[in-house]
Design a protein around this ligand. Structure first.
Ligand code: GLU
Length: 304
């Protein structure tokens, strides 16, 4: 089956899911995003690109950034990182505080907010210009030098930072947070507020499908083993507390964000990004999940 007609059909059908979810509004700047949007882009390991709908429209990548900052922390710390953050699914909401108290300030995995904050804290200790370094790394991976941070979104998150600040402070009380909380939060929110399109994200995360090699530059960016490990964690924990259902229905490593984007990977073949802002109760894009399920079914993509 060729990919372009399939994407066009999926786009057409995905629009039937409009109105079935809710745009995230706990970050006020995100609530202003128009709901009726759908885009999808596929980047093959050869760098061929297929796209449909609003695939070129930038949106707030939110938690998708957590997969990227984790890759950058893996490069710098290797297995040492896992002393500070776990590898298990959490079964709790992405912004839950309860588990953190029980588990002595060691977050369950790097994709819940507490885990991503520890990862960003670790990166912060090793980068001289943490915001600029991640932005530039992302631009290079995506092959797009004009990707920017939406400061309105970042400022809105900072103004409403109380829960994330609580997590970081709780971890600090357990000795698992080393830098100034507000500085790390600023960096974390800047990464979440990166404004990128499906095309940018499919390209930027091409390394996950390509054994760690960047699709745009050809550079070996992440060692193969660390790429496999990152994909394994995305498979078990990338979709908040709905990762099991996603593995069951779609069967790909993936990371979602409350901006409505989802990046998914078929190792050895392609990376894909889908975007539609309306979310289900777990914080995952309603039309996006359906679209990936349909893609997986049509191409028989399941790993098992
Ligand atoms: N910036 C968001 C937060 O920290 C990320 C949420 C998400 O996409 O899961 O609450």
């Amino acid at each position: 089956m060729t990919l372009q007609p399939l994407l066009d059909r999926i786009e057409h059908q995905a629009r039937h899911y409009f109105g079935q979810g809710r745009v995230a509004d706990y970050i006020p700047a995100l609530a202003q995003v128009p709901a009726a949007r759908f885009g999808m882009a596929i980047c093959t390991t050869e760098g061929e690109l297929y796209r449909c709908g609003d695939a070129d429209e930038p949106f707030s990548i939110q938690s998708i950034s957590k997969a990227f900052t984790l890759a950058m922390a893996q490069q710098r710390y290797g297995d040492e990182l896992w002393r500070r953050v776990g590898k298990e699914p959490s079964g709790n909401a992405f912004n839950s505080l309860v588990q953190l108290e029980f588990e002595q300030g060691i977050p369950r995995n790097p994709f819940i907010n507490a885990g991503a904050l520890v990862v960003v804290d670790a990166l912060y200790s090793r980068l001289s210009a943490p915001v600029h370094a991640v932005l530039e790394a992302m631009r290079l991976r995506a092959g797009n030098g004009v990707i920017r941070i939406d400061h309105k979104v970042a400022d809105s998150e900072y103004e409403h930072r109380f829960r994330n600040a609580a997590m970081a402070n709780l971890m600090k009380s357990f000795g698992n947070f080393h830098n100034e909380v507000d500085e790390v939060l600023r960096a974390y929110f800047s990464y979440c507020a990166l404004s990128m399109s499906c095309v940018d994200l499919a390209r930027a995360f091409g390394f996950l499908a390509n054994g760690g090699r960047c699709v745009m530059t050809g550079e070996a960016w992440l060692p193969r083993l660390q790429t496999q490990q990152l994909n394994a964690l995305l498979f078990t924990s990338g979709l908040y507390d709905a990762a099991g259902d996603f593995a069951y229905r779609v069967g790909m490593p993936a990371k979602s964000g409350v901006g409505g984007g989802i990046v998914a990977v078929v190792p050895g073949r392609f990376s894909v990004c889908v975007w539609s802002p309306e979310l289900n109760s777990y914080g995952n894009s309603v039309a996006g999940i359906w679209a990936l399920e349909e893609l997986s079914r049509a191409l028989d993509l399941r790993l098992f």
